[in-house]
Design a binder for this molecule. Structure first.
Ligand code: GLU
Length: 480
């Protein structure tokens, strides 16, 4: 058997990481088994359709590195892959199911259904039209009466299946309503469309969220009524934003594309979400897509929900950044560095070197480099460091000394600057730590900086460093 899995998003908004994880697992399972991964757009709910959401699905999958083998843009002979383009099919199959005895026409109007509601406003259909005679049905159809087609759930059976994650799931048919398969407008409900599509597209493994776990016995009865082979099922527990609430696109939670624009690497996000609900046998955390494909196994899928922890994802992203070559990091950091320097003439490569080990996500770069632009009046109390025995007078001496030593230096390299400041300190009778500390504050105007004095001097360059030292000396002089 060739494994065929599918990802069937509804274009009703952005894609949060819970949806994407479903797609990722279906993809990994297909790849692991040398099977085929299919993208199907489930857009029958036209009322909830959001403009641009289909394009977003393509973009997200592409960015995430999840490549479908078949889909609306890649015909594999099982199309169309967009539900609204399959409309004729559903009607045809619903009518066929009526002939096979698995469904029936229902002419009940709104008013009648309203009357079936209980005190909570919920109605369970009372099977009123289940046993209409063929003649009556024919006559009413010919008269153009509006109708729906309902599932004829067999009575007195228990519908059972073996979920690959949750084990045996069984539902008594008495608890299954004769639900609508084809609506009065001729469009299918999800309940019907997913069965017809999965069958016609040859899906062998249905991988989706646990919200469908207990409806699946009902879907299986449709497969049975058609005489079709049921697929295997793998239902995935939800991803929560905290102990009680699921991630929800309605509340704007955890949108994949938002993370990318915040400066997360797609591969780090994908790696992190793979671990939300699955753990490889060797408990590895950092994995490429290839490694995940190799390691993906059903035994590692968790039965319980997982909590989305952005701090953990951030940490993992930082690990990805640190593991990059300098060139790779430069390439991804460049837009953020350009944003940080606001068109000024700093050495972008040096800034990238400084940042690579100091940020977890790329959007931290402009914050960390804000000192490049924000230099000006500042709080001179920053110079006071009791442990190092630095006060404003000592700082003034140190800053002047740094200026004088560095002004004569031509080689603006780490080693040379270090040696120069050290010698200057010795000659001036100061501790090199005192000079370094004062110099760092003088160069940045900040108490906390992304690097030490020498790194700051390097990213600023000689001219700017001297300008800042001179300016700081003036400020300190005034404050004596
Ligand atoms: N369109 C459904 C959803 O977005 C997919 C359900 C399924 O995979 O069967 O929830």
């Amino acid at each position: 058997m060739t494994v065929r899995t599918r990802f069937a998003p509804s274009p009703t908004g952005f894609m949060h990481i819970g949806n994407l994880r479903t797609g990722l697992y279906a993809y990994l399972f297909a790849r692991r088994n040398k099977g085929t991964f299919i993208l199907r757009i489930e857009d029958t709910d036209q009322e909830r359709k959001v403009e641009g959401a289909v394009e977003m699905v393509y973009r997200t999958l592409k960015t995430a590195g999840i490549q479908h083998d078949e889909g609306p843009d890649k015909d594999g002979g099982y199309g169309p892959y967009v539900q609204t383009e399959r409309m004729g099919l559903y009607k045809e199959y619903a009518e066929k199911l009526v002939e096979l005895g698995g469904a029936y026409y229902c002419f009940c109007d709104k008013a009648r259904l309203e009357g079936l509601k209980d005190e909570n406003g919920v109605h369970t259909y009372d099977k009123h039209c289940r046993n209409l005679s063929d003649e009556e049905v024919k006559r009413r159809l010919a008269a153009g009466e509006p109708y729906v087609i309902r599932q004829k759930v067999p009575e007195g059976v228990v519908s059972e299946y073996e979920d690959m994650v949750f084990g045996k799931i069984s539902v008594d048919s008495a608890d299954i309503e004769d639900g609508i398969l084809l609506k009065s407008d001729g469009l299918p409900t999800y309940n019907f469309a997913n069965v017809v599509d999965d069958h016609l597209m040859g899906i062998t493994h249905v991988i989706r969220g646990t919200e469908y776990l207990s409806s699946t016995p009902k879907y299986n009865l449709i497969y049975d009524a058609f005489g079709w082979e049921r697929p295997c099922y793998m239902h995935l527990p939800p991803i929560m934003k905290d102990a009680t609430r699921k991630l929800s696109k309605r509340f704007g939670d955890a949108n994949f594309e938002d993370f990318i624009s915040k400066g997360y690497l797609p591969e780090a996000v994908v790696n992190y979400i793979a671990l939300l609900g699955w753990c490889p046998k060797d408990n590895r955390e950092k994995m490429t897509m290839e490694e995940m494909t190799e390691a993906f196994d059903i035994d590692g899928i968790s039965h319980s929900s997982s909590i989305f922890d952005e701090a953990k994802m951030r940490w993992l992203n930082g690990e990805y950044l640190k593991a990059m070559s300098q060139d790779e990091f430069y390439a991804v950091a460049l837009p953020w560095i350009e944003k940080a320097i606001e068109g000024k003439d700093y050495d972008k490569r040096e800034l990238a070197l400084l940042m690579q080990t100091r940020v977890d996500i790329l959007s931290e770069i402009p914050e960390k480099l804000a000192f490049l632009n924000n230099f000006g009046e500042y709080d001179l109390n920053m110079y006071v460091h009791q442990k190092m025995k630095v006060d404003k007078a000592v700082a003034l001496k140190a800053v002047k000394l740094a200026y004088d030593s560095l002004a004569a230096l031509d080689d603006w390299s780490e080693e040379a600057i270090k040696e120069c400041v050290k010698q200057g300190a010795e000659a001036g009778g100061m501790k090199s730590g005192q000079v370094m500390f004062s110099m760092r504050v003088a160069l940045t105007g900040e108490a906390v900086t992304p690097g030490g004095a020498i790194e700051m001097a390097i990213v600023l360059g000689k001219e700017e460093s001297l300008r800042r030292l001179a300016f700081s000396a003036q400020l300190l002089e005034k404050a004596q």
